[in-house]
Design a protein around this ligand. Sequence first.
Ligand code: NAD
Length: 501
Amino acid sequence: MYERHHYINGSDVEGASGRFGPIFNPSTGEQQGKVSLASKSEVETCIAAAQAAFPGWSATSVVKRARVLQNLVQLLYRDKDKLAEALASEHGKVFSDAQGDVQRGLEVAEFAQGIPHLLKGEFSDNVSGSIDMYSMRKPLGVVAGITPFNFPAMIPLWMSCMAIACGNTFVLKPSEKDPSTPLMFGELWKEAGLPVGVFNVINGDKEAVDTVCTDPRVKAVSFVGSTPIAQYVYSTATAHGKRCQAMGGAKNHMIIMPDADLDQVADALVGAAYGSAGERCMAISVAVPVGKQVADKMVDMLKPRVEALKVGHSMDMEAEMGPLVTADHLAKVRGYLDLAEKEGADVVVDGRDFKYSMQGYENGYYLGGSLFDNVKPEMRTYREEIFGPTLQIVRAETFDDAIRLPSEHEFGNGTSIFTRDGDTARAYVNNVEVGMVGVNVPIPVPLAFHTFGGWKSSAFGDINQHGMEGVRFYTKTKTVTSRWPTGIRSGAEFVIPTLNS
Ligand code: NAD
């Protein structure tokens, strides 16, 4: 049994609250460690460390800051497998997918290396007699990130790389379910040359989140997690005067047009629905075949693929899908599968009776893949996020019926359409009420130099993660009007300056 603590001022700091959360290995079902859950005063100590580091770091030249990011990128490549193994053992996703988790975060570090260019402001020469006007982007101060269990590398890196490159100091409150990888980032930032106190990790639960969202020294909060907590964090942080972006849950639809290559669609769907056991905010959880013929064919093509899914230990290199994150989450997903049947959906493949047969892993939190047909929009299992290895088929008669489904759904994170027709694809892209859209691409996760964020109940706040939106979120604009030389005399003027004056 190992213990995970906090990372403050460049050091491992033992928890003093006497409260701990369990860390499980989902592949075996055993508790493998425990993590300190911070008290309010411990979070305050962490914020104070970040506050003390701010004047030095914000005054560090932008080129030097970029060099720290360059070093970090090299170290992340060096330790990618070590980080992936640590997160796979606590999260349960298979190793190759865990490597992808690190890689997608690392790509934001690569983007943030270009911060000297990204922070360039605007300059207008001679806007009036000897007057120049320019703007610059200044860091906010101490900023905080609160992250979910399902991407313990990517999401902390999304936030910390952009925040720190922009000159802020950072407090990370990661998920208590898989805290090891975020803590490993502390040592990597230090090795990359980041001054102590700029990157800190405080482990905890609601008490830590509440402290971060209310402490006046924290200027901005970035959150990713479930919708109810996203809403809570957004309203608490903004009520306390902070800038906040809070990404929430999802229900992502894939529309399948009759002209699509159905073999390609079936392969895309099994990866997008069951990869990471469906515990991805960009997983496809609803397939919408257009027309009865397409729907019947899709069911026939998906059934054998779902039955053949290789479920296994996160370090089993043959496995395509690992266990769910905790026994509680497994019970929640099973509850939804029971409910789907009760609500009248047709069970095509039932993953509930899956028993992991490899010796020694019977207690892991495994579920097989499930497939439900004839799911209806009024069913609770359609309206709510399940976050497990299950795909629901909602049959649509026409393209117009199909586009209405994601557009009218409470969530609006991601969606995709498979078609060979450009007009249909264009109409879908332009009109669907969802923030991230794929065309013949099953999981349309934007790369680091674009920006990530959903619509409706999938995101609260106006500014997305990474890309130029990340720079905007972590900076405030200062605009300067300056006259040189100073020797020009026009006497006192009492009207507001205009270009006619
Ligand atoms: P979660 O909401 O349970 O936890 C997220 C964070 O909030 C954690 O750090 C947790 O400690 C904290 N938290 C939990 N309960 C809290 C409470 N009552 N008060 C204050 N803080 C609390 O989410 P999760 O289960 O870790 O992650 C899965 C969810 O995240 C899914 O809904 C998924 O769709 C969503 N997600 C969304 C995105 C996105 O970009 N939209 C990305 C990844 C995950």
